[in-house]
Ligand binder design. Structure first.
Ligand SMILES: NC(=O)C1=CN([C@@H]2O[C@H](COP(=O)(O)OP(=O)(O)OC[C@H]3O[C@@H](n4cnc5c(N)ncnc54)[C@H](OP(=O)(O)O)[C@@H]3O)[C@@H](O)[C@H]2O)C=CC1
Ligand SMILES: O=C(O)CCC(=O)C(=O)O
Ligand SMILES: [Mg+2]
Length: 473
């Protein structure tokens, strides 16, 4: 079945039932070490996860690691250009849950991202990236402890589908000609716009199915959070990209107010209900004026539309959500993408789950990780209905590769997410305690050491792993 790899002789497969993993006591878990700093981070991660499982379950549970290959080391083993060998895909498909280090993607030309390919091949449509603060972590931000968000990033479409044409390519030029001469003139709203003839061109597909399955997972996650964190913010640039990013917002609200009608309230609904609760005699028009500050300068049609919105909300959900009941529901709101970058800095504690499209989520997850200490503290998971691959937010950080220097925290915390996904909470808790206590005792790698005041002597990557294990208690 495999060409160049052999699965461990002990252990069993994780399977999936109704989208949930069914985990044996001794699961076989494929791992990809990764390019660049993967060589430092992976051994540290494996050591910490194994120690936590051993301590938590005293031999009753154990992970059988199965080394599989991607990226540069796959080419070394399988031959030139064999960046993502079939062996690796077969192993991940067979064993269902995997973990990986970062993989290099060249800029401009060359191969397309192996990381993105894995997400698309296994339909891992939700990229989950929690950004929370560990006490004692130095941060460039004054109040990093106020940020506790989980980014739910759509992981399979948007411009990451990779359908684009190079400037000057034969098909790219044909496409531009077709758009300029036929499709744009046939679309009155585009007027006399034309695409420059020397443009490269890329396609940005955002589907209703892709958007809604992502938002569905985000809302289901919000249902499991404490009441004060039960909020989902739809992040988009829908003012500019109306039919892609704007549609993402609209489909998100549509899903929330149909499939999760009893569990959710939208921000606008909460305003309408709240206004009515404060003044039972408030007319629908007055209510409309209060929810829309520019109401009086709107066209009569637009005004009528907002009044109708008020009436529809009061007629359909007053019974289930009125008289303050909406305060017990999951709040679904939306923010424009550029604004959310400043909001997570100026009002960090007002946000919880941020549901995003692929590109916005990519940007936002690095920015949010920076607030809580940097990319060394940014874990992640790519989750689908029958497979999950855990990996950090960061890349290969090539200039630090092989120096036993880099912070393995992000891949270790991705391992924590994997243990939690498997239901091995006791082991996950040990790692979180060990990592938190190591940081609180200023036992940190260079990235955190340089931010500490006064500065501390940094630990090596491998020493940080040992410190985490010592702090299991
Ligand atoms: N999922 C994946 O596998 C991903 C792969 N990539 C790929 O990685 C390659 C390199 O990308 P690049 O833009 O340099 O981004 P990286 O995320 O690899 O690194 C950028 C900088 O972030 C900091 N950093 C990254 N990882 C850590 C860590 N574990 N601990 C502490 N600091 C860290 C370092 O900053 P400093 O030097 O200031 O300390 C580093 O120089 C590219 O080929 C890119 O495509 C990128 C993102 C995700
Ligand atoms: O695949 C890559 O090289 C980059 C991916 C990335 O930045 C991410 O997933 O956060
Ligand atoms: Mg990224």
């Amino acid at each position: 079945m495999y060409d160049k790899i052999t699965p461990p002789t002990t252990g069993a497969k994780i399977t999936f039932k109704n989208g949930e993993p069914v985990v044996p006591e001794n699961p076989i878990i494929p791992f990809i070490q990764g390019d660049g700093t993967g060589i430092d981070i992976w051994p540290a991660t494996e050591k910490v996860l194994d120690a936590a499982v051993a301590k938590a379950y005293k031999g009753k549970r154990k992970i059988s690691w199965f080394r599989v290959y991607a990226g540069d080391e796959a080419c070394d083993l399988y031959g030139t250009y064999q960046y993502l060998p079939q062996d690796t895909l077969t192993a991940i498909e067979e064993y269902g849950v995997a973990i990986k280090g970062p993989l290099t993607t060249p800029v401009g030309g060359g191969i397309r991202s192996l990381n993105v390919a894995l997400r698309q091949i296994f339909d891992l449509y939700s990229c989950v990236r929690p950004c929370r603060y560990y006490a004692g972590t130095p941060s460039p931000h004054k109040t990093p402890e106020k940020l506790d968000v989980i980014i739910y990033r759509e992981n399979t479409e948007d411009i990451y589908l990779g359908i684009e044409w190079k400037q000057g390519s034969e098909i790219g030029d044909r496409l531009i000609k077709f758009l300029n001469e036929e499709l744009i003139p046939a679309t009155p709203e585009h007027g006399k716009k034309q695409i420059p003839l020397d443009a490269g061109i890329g396609i940005k597909p955002i589907s209703k199915t892709g958007s809604q399955r992502l938002v569905r997972r985000a809302i289901k996650h919000a249902l499991l959070l404490p009441k004060n964190k039960q909020q989902v913010t739809l992040v988009h640039k829908g003012n500019i990209m109306k039919y892609t990013e704007g549609a993402f917002r609209d489909w998100g609200y549509e899903l929330a107010t149909t499939e999760f009608r009893n569990e959710t309230v939208t921000e606008r609904e909460s305003w309408i209900l709240g206004n009515k609760e404060k003044n039972a005699n408030l007319s629908s028009e007055e209510n409309a004026r209060m929810i829309d500050p520019g109401f009086d300068s709107l066209t009569p049609e637009k005004k009528a539309q907002i009044v109708k919105e008020v009436e529809t909300v009061l007629n359909t959900i007053w019974e289930s959500h009125g008289n303050g009941k909406w305060k017990e529901k999951i709040m679904v709101n939306d923010r424009i993408a550029d604004s959310i970058f400043q909001q997570i800095q100026t009002r960090p504690d007002e946000y919880s789950i941020l549901a995003t499209m692929n590109l916005n989520g990519d940007y936002l997850s690095d920015a949010a990780a920076a607030i809580v200490g940097g990319l060394g503290m940014g874990p992640g998971a790519n989750i689908g209905d029958s497979c999950a691959i855990f990996e950090a937010t960061h890349g290969t950080a090539p200039k630090h590769a092989g120096l036993d220097k880099i912070n393995p925290g992000s891949v270790i915390l991705s391992g924590v997410m994997m243990l939690e996904f498997m239901g091995w909470q006791e082991a996950a808790d040990l790692v979180k305690k060990g990592l938190g206590d190591a940081i609180a005792n200023s036992q940190v790698t260079y990235d955190l050491a340089r931010l500490m005041e006064p500065p501390v002597e940094p630990l090596k990557c491998s020493e940080f792993a040992d410190a985490i294990i010592k702090h299991f208690g």
